[in-house]
Design a protein around this ligand. Structure first.
Ligand code: AMP
Length: 216
């Protein structure tokens, strides 16, 4: 199964991608994680990307395209979850061409639906373990008390100004991708408000209904 997760920042795509990958034995390809690893490693791509990410903007299409296509090839994985890619119509078109050429189309694009207030709450209260990358939420999943507090950080792009910018960028640049996949009949909507297990159960349900009608 090849699926992409699509939706606003803070929708919980990363958490759900991890769960789906475990449950279905899929590779998890996250362009956000690839970019953060490049920043940590101090590569030229990482240094270039950091400026955009910290400002809440999208990294240029060409840069992300190369990273995503290289990851799909390098993972040597026929079955995977794309988490956070594509994020523009241009990326979606390139991905389509790339996958058609490999005869490996996407089976479904899961669209996370949630209101702005929930997005802002999730992003502003998100904290991350600097080393493991584990995500926490100050109210719903606080970092365990035995973890050294200096290891728990707030992502620079989760600062209030960057959050506002990311939501604005999402509406202008990313939301049109919804129509692109709706027209292809690949879009599967999921209500992304609630606890992560509840949302995971909903995803399994909508995915099953979709794959029952569109085998993949
Ligand atoms: P994420 O962890 O998916 O929220 O991604 C973090 C940041 O990485 C985003 O706010 C963008 O700046 C950048 N990024 C990740 N994926 C993409 C993409 N497909 N296109 C452009 N920028 C991306």
């Amino acid at each position: 199964m090849r699926i992409a997760l699509f939706g606003p920042p803070g929708a919980g795509k990363g958490t759900q991608a991890t769960l789906l990958a475990e449950r279905h034995g899929l590779c998890h390809i996250s362009t956000g994680n690839i970019l953060r690893a490049a920043i940590k490693a101090g590569t030229p791509v990482g240094l270039e990307a950091k400026k955009y990410i910290d400002a809440g903007q999208l990294v240029p299409d060409e840069v992300v395209r190369t990273l995503a296509e290289d990851a799909i090839i390098a993972e040597d994985c026929d079955q995977y979850i794309l988490d956070g890619y594509p994020r523009t119509v241009q990326q979606a078109e390139w991905l389509n061409t790339f996958l058609v050429a490999r005869n490996t189309p996407l089976c479904a694009v899961i669209f996370f639906v949630l209101p702005d207030e929930v997005i802002i709450d999730r992003l502003s209260k998100r904290r991350v373990h600097k080393e493991t990358g584990e995500n926490y939420h100050l109210d719903h999943k606080p970092p365990p008390p035995d973890i050294d507090p200096s290891l728990i950080i707030q992502r620079p792009d989760d600062q209030p100004d960057a959050i506002r910018k990311r939501i604005q960028v999402y509406k202008i640049e990313t939301q049109p991708v919804e129509d692109y996949y709706r027209r292809q009949g690949a879009l599967v909507e999921v209500d992304a408000v609630g606890g992560f297990e509840e949302i995971a159960a909903r995803i399994e349900e909508v995915l099953k209904a979709h794959t029952d009608t569109v085998p993949c």
